[in-house]
Design a protein around this ligand. Structure first.
Ligand SMILES: Cc1cc2nc3c(=O)[nH]c(=O)nc-3n(C[C@H](O)[C@H](O)[C@H](O)COP(=O)(O)O)c2cc1C
Length: 204
């Protein structure tokens, strides 16, 4: 079982990456048999979609490795901060460049959003509404909206707001546990062939 964690902020030192690392640690603690990887779109930005994606443009070469990694992965955590009431372009671009290649198809996704204040819900709604059609990622019903993010998921315990942090650690484990079970279950769907993308590469 392999889980990929996509950190969707453009910032090189982001709260999204902080959460990615913390959830990665929680997965290691609770599911020792699960392999994980993190792709930080702030530290390793993908080029913005352009037509050279289809004509072998050199700047797209690194995408092959990411696509291979996604193909070999059973489920995803997609972390998107709320920026101006939206999901940042980096995470939308991730879904654009992944396109309809099937790397994410019929695999569960746990959405995580965050805000320094009380936002976050808009980024989740946007991704639930628009990022699955061609990628066929299957977002699970559970999600994490990490409000007041500066006080939770910090490695330095003194920076954490105790009660809030404990709540999010518990809730994070609960959500990750569900993601793993959906990952097991959705293997059956992929193995059945019913989700074959060949007849209809694009969603309706
Ligand atoms: C361009 C930009 C727009 C933002 N817009 C919002 C917003 O609409 N709502 C909100 O709650 N926080 C907003 N914030 C504050 C973020 O919650 C905060 O910067 C958070 O750390 C972003 O996550 P990141 O560090 O992973 O990028 C914005 C931040 C940036 C950089």
């Amino acid at each position: 079982m392999k889980i990929g964690i996509i950190s969707g902020s453009h910032r090189t030192d982001s709260q999204s990456a902080k959460i990615a690392n913390y959830l990665n640690k929680l997965l290691a603690e609770t599911h020792a048999d699960v392999e994980t990887w993190i792709y930080d779109l702030g530290k390793a930005p993908l080029p913005m979609w352009d037509e050279a994606l289809f004509s072998g443009g050199e700047h797209w070469a690194p995408l092959d490795e990411l696509k291979a990694q996604c193909t070999d992965t059973d489920g995803f955590v997609v972390i998107a901060p709320e920026w101006h009431g939206m999901a940042p372009a980096a995470v939308k671009n991730f879904f654009l460049v992944m396109g309809n290649g099937g790397e994410l198809a019929h695999k569960p996704g746990l959405l995580v959003s965050l805000s320094v204040l009380t936002g976050g819900a808009n980024a989740i709604c946007e991704l639930r509404m628009s990022s699955y059609k061609n990628s066929r990622i299957c977002y699970i019903p559970e999600q994490l909206v990490v409000r007041n993010v500066l006080g939770v998921f910090n490695e330095d315990a003194e920076s954490n707001n105790g009660e809030e942090h404990d709540y999010f650690v518990d809730r994070g484990k609960y959500a990750l546990n569900q993601l793993i079970e959906y990952a097991k279950a959705l293997r059956l769907v992929r193995d059945s062939g019913a989700g074959d993308l060949a007849p209809y590469p694009n969603g309706m």
